[in-house]
Ligand binder design. Sequence first.
Ligand SMILES: Cc1cc2nc3c(=O)[nH]c(=O)nc-3n(C[C@H](O)[C@H](O)[C@H](O)COP(=O)(O)OP(=O)(O)OC[C@H]3O[C@@H](n4cnc5c(N)ncnc54)[C@H](O)[C@@H]3O)c2cc1C
Length: 405
Amino acid sequence: MHCMSFELSAEHEQFRRTVRDFAQREIAPHAAQWDRDHHFPVDVVHKMGELGLMGLTAPEEYGGAGLTGEDGAFTSLCLAIEEIGRVDQSMGITLEAAVGLGINPILTFGTDEQKQTWLPDLVSGAKLAGFGLTEPGAGSDASATKTRAELVNGDWVVNGAKQFITNSGSEITSVVTVTARTGERDGGKPELSTIMLPAGTPGFTAEKAYDKLGWHASDTHPLSFADAHVPEANLLGQRGRGYAQFLATLDDGRVAISALAVGCIQACLDLSLQYAGERTTFGVPIGRKQGVAFQIADLETMLHASRLLTYRAAAMKDSMSDASTDGGGSAMKDFKQAAAVAKLYTTESAVTATRIATQVFGGYGFMEEYPVARFYRDAKVLEIGEGTSEVQRMLIARGLGLPVE
Ligand SMILES: Cc1cc2nc3c(=O)[nH]c(=O)nc-3n(C[C@H](O)[C@H](O)[C@H](O)COP(=O)(O)OP(=O)(O)OC[C@H]3O[C@@H](n4cnc5c(N)ncnc54)[C@H](O)[C@@H]3O)c2cc1C
């Protein structure tokens, strides 16, 4: 085992308190209203940027914090996502996607020029970027991508469609990175590459926002590309490395989603604990009844296990990020497994936790008057986005050496 150290430092705990105060002050009082109105609060994105949350893993030259793995940069990001997600899952995913899917691929694979062009505004929270992998016919099976990009007279001409893309059509979205077929390999397999499409490119349309079960205050759109022209220099990373690049992006993203799930479980525990002390039946608080108290004990147990899995995986990421990682080393293999295990366990626990919390609240749990109803609706997608539970089980089984399809 490469990394057994996942204790949070005093600095990390201090940072957690800072984000918690911010979330309590700027987000918690409005979360229910934004959810009801399906309102994407752009000003909160700016404020999260001003607090430095978008730049936790970015170098100073782009306006970031300049933290390294040794400082626990990725762990800090997970803490921020957990604390924001504890009051509002929509804003939690907005931060997660802004950094994990928006900034991270550009930071990791971009040229100096691409980084200078896009990162300062993304890191400051003035703008948002999205990452479009999923298509109507390609989700878990992302290699089935049909979107095409063809080089014609020094321009990429992009045609096709993406769906369910977070932060892709807000009024402050500056660019969306998409995977596209750029050719065919020997043997007929598609050559996939990633191309950056600036918002406003003629032929690139972010369609009407989805009507979702949850995450009502987060920005999610279908995208369409009809002869959208961008310069050849908008290729992100190497041509033909699109598949490998998004796999790497998703590994980190899975740990960040786990942090969002931890925030959800923590919220369920906080709300249930308080309610169990206040609500009385048969002359005593419901927390006196084992049937209720034991369920809350289960929430506490899930919370501890989820938090440990998440921050252990985050610590593994931080311990790798200063060394050169070629993607094939054993530390990387351990990290990928830890990320999949964390994603699977924490997100399924979050769904269970919201079911328990809603039950503790009885009829009120079904009313939008209490936040548990919102968390109940928001939790489900955690088991779906950035790789479904089934995909995580497949990865974990393969990591064990099983020849699973
Ligand atoms: C709100 C929201 C935001 C999102 N944001 C983004 C984003 O920003 N960028 C982006 O690219 N995508 C995004 N997604 C897409 C998300 O990642 C996909 O929905 C997800 O990966 C599943 O793909 P799919 O919907 O095509 O389902 P499918 O792949 O069609 O899966 C359907 C079912 O079959 C199961 N299944 C599929 N293959 C297997 C298998 N081999 N073995 C066992 N079971 C299998 C799945 O687990 C699932 O239960 C978002 C989705 C949502 C809902």
